[in-house]
Ligand binder design. Structure first.
Ligand code: SF4
Length: 323
């Protein structure tokens, strides 16, 4: 790992994760959601609006994820639906609203609605380049259907001319799929979408397989310094990688984002910053995922539109020659 710059203690989170829904339709091998004890539910519309309104008042460039630990497309037909939530967030002026999904429920109609609602980016977890491996990892999913759904999404994006809408496929690297990583990457790059490679998480120690960098090289966790994670009931979890929300720093039904961010969460950020590991609360105290947080790798596809745009901008400098 290279040199890591100490992060500043921000006055408002740069990233907010919202558990619009905490149910999931799969039982993936590397995800601890299947063992989640926390009561599952769908976020109340009034609470959702309160959160979005506060983000909008404070910092419209805060990146808002419409997911913390659930599958957002489960609420594609509820009232309000995930599309209503997205539209609300975009109408509030938020610049970067994104979501991740396992892609199983991402039919053509949903793709159109996501783009129409103004979604800025989507991350689709696939983790395999063959059906057999996929079935071992993404238990309950359907590889062919997911691949077709992503290809349809690319087609919808092109037909709507939604050039700024980012499609990213995700590959969590592990023993079972490692040999497929490069083929996966090449295939999806050739389709014009970005590829995100992530290391397997221990879910803040829950799975018992913490990546665990050496203790004396430990540094502040990327997630704690930037991110606020909110459950469907408004509890603010200390950790973006903890599905159980074992350490709750406050509740947004009663408090504001600023209050919690600059209260309990700030105390924990200070401990990370000062490297006082022995004083950290659980689960940070026993977690190796802080290292994974720095290892995400995004491999960007070459986009014809972007290149064409750059060439056009370059040539526009010389338009006087043709005048
Ligand atoms: S150190 Fe671990 S428990 Fe603490 S915020 Fe980071 S990932 Fe979560």
């Amino acid at each position: 790992m290279g040199v890591v710059r100490i992060k500043e203690n921000l006055a408002f989170p740069k990233v907010v994760l919202i558990d619009t829904v905490s149910y999931c339709n799969l039982r993936c091998s590397m995800c601890s959601h299947k063992d989640m004890k926390r009561k599952k539910g769908i976020m109340e519309w009034s609470l959702f609006k309160k959160i979005i309104d506060e983000v909008s008042r404070n910092d419209k460039s805060t990146r808002v994820w419409m997911v913390f630990f659930g599958e957002a497309l489960i609420i594609k037909r509820t009232k309000p639906s995930i599309f209503d939530m997205l539209s609300y967030a975009k109408r509030a002026g938020l610049k970067e609203v994104v979501l991740n999904t396992n892609g199983v429920l991402l039919d053509r109609e949903s793709s159109e609605k996501l783009i129409d609602a103004g979604l800025d980016g989507i991350f689709i977890g696939i983790d395999a380049f063959c059906e057999e491996t996929y079935e071992k990892i993404r238990c309950g999913g359907d590889y062919r259907r997911v691949v077709q759904n992503v290809l349809d999404l690319i087609d919808v994006k092109q037909k709507k001319g939604a050039d700024k809408f980012n499609i990213r496929v995700q590959f969590v690297e592990m023993e079972e799929n490692r040999r497929e990583r490069d083929a996966f990457t090449q295939y999806w790059l050739s389709k014009g979408v970005d590829v995100k490679i992530r290391q397997k998480l221990s879910w803040a120690g829950l799975s018992g397989e913490a990546a665990g960098g050496s203790w004396d090289k430990r540094h502040e966790c990327y997630w704690i310094m930037d991110t606020m994670s909110i459950t469907d009931t408004g509890d603010v979890a200390i950790c973006a990688a903890d599905p159980e929300a074992r350490f709750v720093a406050g509740n947004l039904a009663r408090q504001s984002i600023r209050e919690i961010w600059n209260g309990k969460l700030k105390e924990v950020r200070e401990l990370h910053k000062k490297r006082e590991w022995e004083k950290l609360p659980y689960p940070c105290s026993q977690c190796g995922d802080w290292e994974v947080s720095y290892k995400d790798r995004m491999i960007r596809a070459r986009r014809k539109g972007v290149i064409r745009g750059r060439i056009k901008r370059y040539l526009s400098r010389f338009t006087y020659l043709a005048d």
